[in-house]
Write a protein that binds this ligand. Structure first.
Ligand code: NDP
Ligand code: MG
Length: 398
């Protein structure tokens, strides 16, 4: 059997590194066609030496030039290109079987959609792409026959615990028809789960990025601290699994051993457990429906101690409810919320606004929303742009 050929969008990131680690342990099973990044030339050059992709895309033009020079000096035969069209081209190339969609944020939408339209096996980490474009994204999956596999640990856990018919149904079948009564999304509560409420607003980027259980990129780390990450995941689950409002719930589980659960009408609850290490869901997606080793140590139940659960506190995590409300309000709301959050998180990381301002900016952008009908890709991109402009405006008042 020939190896599965891959494009990794966002190869220099946290998910990119975990993906390449799993692949490197199974050289007979996988071969890298293309790697992409934004501007990190040093990291990409190291990946080029190790993985020898045929094509590399740096979305930043200057970074592409610098990388090209280094590749040439090292006499590596790698084609280097730049721009969104080049990202879409490596996601849709005939030579590619599987695309790992691991760009962070809205920048991942067009290349991920290109992979979907080309009918690839799409491993989805880039939840923002699905949150931005929900129905359009899922319609494209159905039209092209792309195989969509969830990398996000919660959605991967849910996927594993769902009945076969629902797994095969690609977000089209009814959960209730297959005996599923509820999907329970678990979340750790992030680094500020026990911080006194009065101290929350002034937390630093450094504190926000120190997740108790997971090591991740900066943006998703901040999202975990506000729990907007769980909100984005709620929206992601709605689309991936075709959930109705009463079929989706969030539970705090500080130990991050259970990665999510599926409850059935007969009272059974199936949970997927594992270390908080993304190599497990990544390996699951890469090899599905088979299983391969991921390099992750097995859970040690004798040493584990208690697993606890409780409901999220609305006062501590205002962003979570914003996202849940946006989910059922329509596409304009979720696209705008995602955009506002990206702007706010970037500003927070640059210490231009306070931690507590992130929720305020998201709320203000959603409050100002006229809720126009947003359906086509052009409408989605226009809505994203508009929400970013409003968020910037709100921010200038802080
Ligand atoms: P990182 O910040 O670690 O990596 C982001 C990657 O995207 C890098 O390769 C980066 O390139 C590239 N990138 C950044 N901006 C752009 C842009 N404008 N255009 C093109 N490429 C860009 O993020 P993570 O790996 O943590 O997360 C990636 C995605 O996976 C996110 O959507 C996140 O929500 C999701 N996810 C992550 C998890 C995790 O454990 N990390 C868990 C579940 C989901 P460069 O290095 O050059 O900047
Ligand atoms: Mg997750």
């Amino acid at each position: 059997q020939r190896p599965q050929t891959l494009t990794i969008l966002g190869a220099t990131g946290s998910i990119g590194a975990s993906t390449l680690a799993v692949i490197a342990a199974h050289p007979e099973a996988f071969s890298v066609y293309a790697l992409t990044a934004h501007s990190n030339v040093d990291a990409m050059f190291a990946l080029c030496e190790q993985h020898r992709p045929q094509v590399v895309v740096m979305s930043d033009g200057q970074a592409a030039q610098a990388l090209q020079q280094r590749v040439k000096n090292a006499q590596l035969s790698i084609q280097v290109s730049t721009g969104t069209d080049a990202l879409c081209a490596v996601a849709a190339a005939d030579d590619v079987d599987t695309v790992m969609a691991a760009i962070v944020g809205a920048a991942g939408l067009l290349p991920t959609l290109a992979a979907v339209h080309a009918g690839k096996r799409v491993l989805l980490a880039n939840k923002e792409a699905l949150v931005m474009s929900g129905q359009l994204f899922m319609d494209a999956v159905h039209q092209s026959g792309a195989q969509l596999l969830p990398v996000d640990s919660e959605h991967n856990a849910i996927f594993q615990a769902l009945p076969f018919a629902v797994q095969q149904g690609a977000g089209r079948v009814s959960l209730a028809d297959h005996g599923v009564s509820q999907i329970l999304l678990t979340g750790s509560g992030g680094p500020f789960r026990e911080t006194p409420l009065s101290e929350l607003a002034a937390q630093t980027p450094q504190a926000a990025c120190k997740h108790p259980n997971w090591s991740m990129g900066q943006k998703i780390s901040v999202d975990s601290a506000t729990m907007l990450n769980k909100g984005l995941e709620y929206i992601e689950a709605r689309w991936l699994f075709n959930c109705q409002p009463n079929e989706l719930n969030v539970v705090i589980h500080p130990q991050s051993v259970i990665h999510s659960m599926v409850q059935y009408v007969d009272g059974s609850v199936l949970a997927q457990m594992g270390q908080p290490d993304m190599r497990t869901p990544i390996a699951h997606c890469l090899s599905f429906p088979e299983r391969i080793a991921s390099g992750v140590a097995p859970l040690d139940f004798a040493a584990m101690g208690a697993l606890t659960f409780n409901a999220p506190d609305a006062a501590r995590y205002p962003c979570l409810q914003l996202a849940i409300d946006a989910c059922w309000a329509g596409q304009a709301a979720t696209t705008s919320l995602n955009a506002a959050n990206e702007v706010a998180v970037a500003a927070f990381l640059q210490e231009k606004i306070q931690f507590g301002d992130i929720a305020k900016i998201c709320q203000q952008v959603l409050d100002g929303l006229a809720l126009p009908k947003v359906q086509s890709l052009d409408e989605i991109l226009a809505c994203d742009e508009e929400a970013r402009a409003v968020a910037m405006q709100q921010m200038s008042r802080f």
